[in-house]
Design a protein. Structure first.
Lengths: 450, 496
């Protein structure tokens, strides 16, 4: 957390907001909020503003049932209100899965939500709860807490593991604005390795398959920060080992990712290499027609990258090692402890291209922007009448980096939350296909005035 | 004692006996005062809603040279990511500069909840003052400080001498009220206590000639709507100062120096208007909303009558109405016989319904976020226009009641508040948004522009029609057979 007593324009919402985003992305799931009336609309508007125009889903936005606790419940407790709410809810709402999630208020007053939900579970109703009060952390923690509860209270325990079945998570719905495309690409590639994939949040997933996810041989967490708690819970309770890997963007990182998976599952090396070769060749055969214009228009850029740990690392690797750009400053806006910072920092010092950008860990965009401006000023030694500034430049960050890009005279693309100025549906940046899409988006931004 | 001497404003449930849960025919509410529907009404099944923090942020984030410091959980105020689009657009329309709003969160953690957040808040205020050098810092109390007992007022009092910015505490504890219109009182309460002073009028203003009025805007009004009202008032020789959205904090004091304050939305600003009258002798008019053709005329006439400009106003209105009628003529055949349903803040839903009736739509249902005494006048107008049988639903959102009503009433077009149109959309109904601060809604220009947009929506409704073939609403089929108001618990007994 920021040591300054505040976080500037937090690039996430609280644990409850992350929990809602997560549950509303599960197949036909109904989130039930045990919260005061305004939390849901706060998150609805947050997504409308920051998630590339994606709000809700099957039961999101203001359709979510909620106990709407008031002063009376704060004084006398809110479990009765919650009980009444849930009983009546079954008459109105239709879902394949129901998840009760709690708020700051109902946790501070000490409501025992388990006492309401457990009797319903015993009746065989597909319902569980997660304690996701906002003070427990940010969206990413809320995501993790829901998945932890899911593995604790919903996923069936089994000793029979399917050697080629895996679960995938770590790409957080709505806060990773490109979640649908990213998950789909990771899933596609894992299936090419011959794996059966449960990815929780796609149209190819279902509540039944999620319930059977305890039979997986490996959990793959596509993040080295998000979703780690759930991986530990699944390991302890279901005996499933896990692999954590940063979001792979482009051929270099994706090939490494596939090799990591192959190794963890003892897959046939030849098969893994065959997939990697095929996909890499295909990637470059698509890039090939760009060769003339990429070089003629001079599309190489100095870059500032600002984002959460998944995107900051993934984008920097792609720019440095695949696209041949020059990352100068990387800002990571997650709330991280020292160990996590060291780890993420070390990933950014292992770029295949040998480049070593300045790395700034701070929750506040204005602090990162100041560091970038200073970096840009320092790098402009004047040799007589000749200047050697860091341009042309490009800023890949969130919509909040538009002011920095303007100051640097740089191009700009919103990728990390908030993405206020783009409509995002199915596109993603993960994998080989994601690398191609990212090239399109970066270069389209640069040449828009052509 | 004036409310403004209290630390916090009262809830509207208490101050205005406002209510949020009711289902009835229009005639049962019109002309009945507040006897029809009581603040004790509740729902035994509810969907989620809005809290007062959200509309409050719409105003606070707009204030130039301000910082909004949210004291609470990390998520409170993240809706600013959406409101920021209006802040950027509003700044650009007024001053030609695109600028992001500045909001901060103290992000209370588990240990803050146990040991209290006052020290952290004080530290945050000092750091925000130093880093951003703003004119004002809104210190916004959300739910958690309200429960753990942080004394935000004391922190502000102790910290004020250490900072340059003026500190404005605003109480937005969401669990304290279901009437989010209380947020307007919360903001005005802080403006009234901290930015309006007793100092004498400046010499410049004492010497001024001509008429100057306070035009009270709302965050759902864009600059285009303000310009329409300024245009009409200027035609009558009246100068206009606009408060409070996007108003310079250093100029708020001028609110106390006007000849008259004019409300543009009676749900919005009775609290400050009474205060300006009691303390600064600024009279006010709060009656009509300038949405709709007849309503705009009534709104203008009330102001003109006050200043003895009635004849000029009548002439202006006649000219405007004639021009508008001619312009609307080619659009009206599209609207004839089409059924319309509106859902929004009470006054806005009612006045928009009146406008739709003027355009030739058949009004088949209305939903209002709450009910209070100020809307009486609008109910009376509506009953005269559309009769008493129309279904009326007082609901703080609750899309399940809406879905039920829409399936029964089958309107051709639905007009809903922002983030309130997807239910109708998934049922295949054409929709249009009430509350998009880039669009015209107000005055004669607003009537025409709304008609133009409705014409466009009705001309090709395919987006929603296609969506409805594949997107399911999350309700049991049996729910649609039920009374839409089944879960409203009337203070005097159930509504089965």
């Amino acid at each position: 957390m920021s040591n300054r007593g505040f976080i500037e324009r937090p690039r996430y919402t609280c644990a409850l907001g992350g929990a809602i985003a997560t549950v509303s992305a599960l197949p036909k799931a109904v989130p039930i909020l045990h919260a005061p009336p305004g939390c849901a609309s706060n998150f609805t508007w947050t997504q409308a503003g920051g998630s590339g125009l994606q709000v809700g889903g099957y039961c999101g936005g203001l359709s979510m049932p909620g106990s709407n606790v008031q002063e009376r419940e704060v004084v006398f407790g809110g479990t009765e209100r919650l009980e009444e709410e849930i009983q009546n809810m079954f008459e109105v709402m239709q879902g394949d899965l129901y998840v009760v999630i709690t708020s700051c208020v109902t946790e501070v007053i000490g409501d025992d939500v388990g006492s309401v939900v457990r009797p319903l579970q015993e009746q065989g109703i597909p319902i569980f709860f997660a304690e996701t009060g906002g003070f427990r952390g940010n969206s990413y923690q809320g995501y993790d807490l829901v998945l932890q509860s899911l593995f604790k209270d919903f996923v069936k325990k089994t000793d029979k593991k399917q050697p080629r079945a895996v679960n995938v998570w770590g790409i957080t719905p709505f806060i990773d604005v490109f979640w649908r495309g990213n998950i789909a690409e990771v899933r596609r590639l894992l299936e090419k390795l011959g794996l059966t994939v449960n990815s929780f949040f796609t149209v190819d997933d279902s509540v039944d398959k999620i319930r059977e996810s305890g039979s997986a041989a490996l959990n793959i967490v596509v993040s080295e920060v998000f979703g780690q708690g759930a991986a530990q819970v699944a390991e302890e309770l279901h005996g499933i080992p896990y692999l954590s890997a940063t979001l792979p963007i482009g051929p270099a990182a994706t090939s490494t990712f596939l090799r990591q998976v192959g190794e963890a599952l003892n897959l046939d090396d030849a098969l893994v290499e065959e997939v990697i070769q095929y996909e890499t060749k295909r990637y470059y055969s698509v890039v090939e027609p760009l060769a003339d214009c990429f070089n003629d228009i001079d599309l190489q850029r100095y870059a500032v990258i600002v984002g959460d740990s998944n995107y900051a690392v993934g984008l920097t690797r792609f720019l440095a090692d695949d696209l041949g750009w020059l990352p100068e400053v990387v800002g990571i806006t997650d709330i991280l402890d020292e160990d996590q910072q060291d780890h993420i920092g070390s990933l950014l010092r292992q770029l295949g291209s040998g480049l070593s950008p300045e790395v700034v860990f701070h929750t506040d965009g204005s602090v990162i922007a100041d560091a970038a401006r200073t970096h840009w000023r320092k790098q402009q030694p004047v040799a007589g009448k000749y200047e050697n500034p860091l341009n042309p430049a490009f800023v890949i960050g969130s919509a909040l980096e538009r002011e920095l890009a303007k100051d640097l005279g740089a191009g700009h693309l919103s990728v990390s939350f908030p993405v206020a100025n783009r409509a995002v549906l199915g596109r993603g940046y993960a994998g080989y296909n994601g690398g191609l899409t990212l090239i399109e988006d970066l270069i389209s931004t640069i040449i828009i005035g052509r | 004692m004036s409310y403004f001497e209290l630390k916090e404003p009262p809830r509207r449930e208490d101050r205005l006996s406002a209510c949020i849960a009711h289902g009835a025919a229009l005639g049962e509410v019109a002309g009945r005062g507040l006897r029809c529907c009581q603040p004790g009404n509740e729902r035994s099944f509810t969907q989620n809603s809005i809290c007062l923090l959200l509309p409050a942020l719409g105003t606070m984030n707009s204030i130039p040279n301000s910082v909004v410091l949210l004291h609470g959980g990390l998520g409170c105020g993240s809706s600013s990511h959406c409101g920021n689009a209006a802040v950027r657009g509003g700044n650009n329309q007024r001053w030609g500069v695109v600028k992001d709003g500045r909001w901060l969160s103290t992000g209370l953690t588990e240990s803050d909840v146990i040991s209290g957040g006052e020290t952290k808040l004080a530290q945050a205020i000092i750091e925000a003052d130093r880093r951003y050098r703003p004119a004002v810092i809104f210190i916004v109390a959300s739910c958690v400080p309200g429960i753990i007992g942080d004394d935000v007022e004391s922190v502000v009092e102790q910290t004020q001498p250490e900072v340059v910015a003026k500190l404005l505490p605003v109480h937005c504890e969401g669990f304290k009220t279901k009437i989010w219109a209380t947020s307007y009182d919360a903001i005005y309460h802080s403006i009234g206590r901290n930015l309006l002073t007793d100092k004498k009028k400046s010499e410049e203003t004492q010497e001024k000639t001509g008429i100057t009025v306070n035009l009270m805007n709302v965050s759902s009004m864009g600059r285009v709507d303000e310009l329409e009202l300024e245009r009409l008032l200027n035609e009558l020789g009246i100068s206009v100062n606009v408060f409070p959205v996007f108003a310079d904090p250093d100029n708020m004091q001028r609110m106390t120096e006007a000849d008259l304050s004019i409300s543009t939305c009676p749900t919005h600003d009775d609290y400050i208007l009474s205060h300006l009258k009691e303390k600064y002798q600024v009279p006010y008019i709060i009656k009509h909303m300038p949405i709709g053709i007849d309503n705009t005329g009534k709104w203008l006439l009330d102001i003109a009558d006050f200043f003895g400009l009635t004849e000029q106003a009548r002439a202006l209105i006649a000219r405007e109405e004639a021009d508008l009628a001619a312009a609307l003529e080619p659009l009206k055949p599209m609207f004839k016989g089409k059924k319309a349903f509106t859902s929004a803040g009470e006054f806005r839903a009612l006045s928009t319904s009146i406008l739709l009736a003027e355009l030739g739509f058949e009004i088949v249902g209305i939903r209002a976020f709450h009910h209070d005494e100020f809307a009486e006048v609008e109910y009376e107008k509506l009953v005269k226009l559309v009769g008493k049988e129309l279904p009326l639903n007082i609901a703080n959102c609750q899309p399940f009641e809406e879905a039920n009503l829409l399936r029964k009433l089958k309107p051709d077009i639905f007009l809903g508040h922002m983030n309130g149109n997807s239910t109708a959309a998934k049922l295949g109904i054409s929709t249009h948004v009430i509350y998009n601060s880039g669009l015209h809604y107000i005055g004669y220009k607003g009537a025409y522009e709304l008609a133009r947009r409705l014409y466009r929506q009705l001309k090709n409704p395919r987006f929603n029609v296609n969506l409805s073939q594949y997107a399911a609403l999350p309700y049991q089929e049996s729910w649609y057979e039920q009374n839409p108001f089944k879960y409203i618990k009337m203070a005097g007994g159930d509504n089965q």
